[in-house]
Design a protein around this ligand. Structure first.
Ligand SMILES: [Zn+2]
Length: 163
């Protein structure tokens, strides 16, 4: 099922979300729906609160084959920092530079209910941090150092591609 995406401003994007206690069929359906919604909008990640579900579930797919389903994710270690441009399906046409940890260790549950721990780097680490922020009611615009006008996005990316 494809869900409508909640757009900022909306208080549902700013509340804290409760952890999943049991992985029910409803949670599995939500994961499927999130993926369908993300693909339909050409996103690289989406979190449950963006479709109005008040629970700690998010998915990320920065590259094909690197698909992650994160249930109750928690960042347990970080290293380094870097700056890059982000956008958000809930904040169309707004792009900006955010500083994030360049390396993270994340603990989460997968859809089987198994506890997982992974390390992620660079853009994947960034996407995961962005989605986990959603689960705590935080939008990237609250951390944005510099907004990049949409029509200058391509130029900015070219100038900074070697950063
Ligand atoms: Zn977002």
């Amino acid at each position: 099922m494809r869900y409508p995406i909640i757009l900022n401003p909306d208080e549902r994007l700013h509340r804290t979300n409760r952890p999943v206690e049991m992985i029910t069929d409803e949670v599995i359906d939500l994961l499927e729906g999130l993926r369908e919604t993300m693909i339909a909008h050409d996103g690289i990640g989406i979190a449950a609160p963006q479709i109005g579900k008040n629970i700690q579930v998010a998915i990320v797919e920065v590259e094909e084959g690197e698909y992650l389903e994160l249930i109750n994710p928690e960042i347990i270690d970080t290293k380094g920092a870097n700056r890059d441009v982000e956008g958000c399906l809930s904040i169309p046409h707004v792009y900006g530079v955010v500083e994030r940890a360049s390396e993270i260790t994340v603990r989460y549950y997968d859809r089987e209910g198994d506890e997982m721990e992974i390390q992620a780097f660079d853009y994947l680490a960034r996407a995961i941090q962005h989605e986990i922020d959603h689960l705590h009611g935080i939008l990237f615009t609250e951390k944005m150092i510099e907004q990049i006008p949409e029509d200058q996005l391509e130029n900015y990316m070219e100038e900074h591609e070697n950063d």
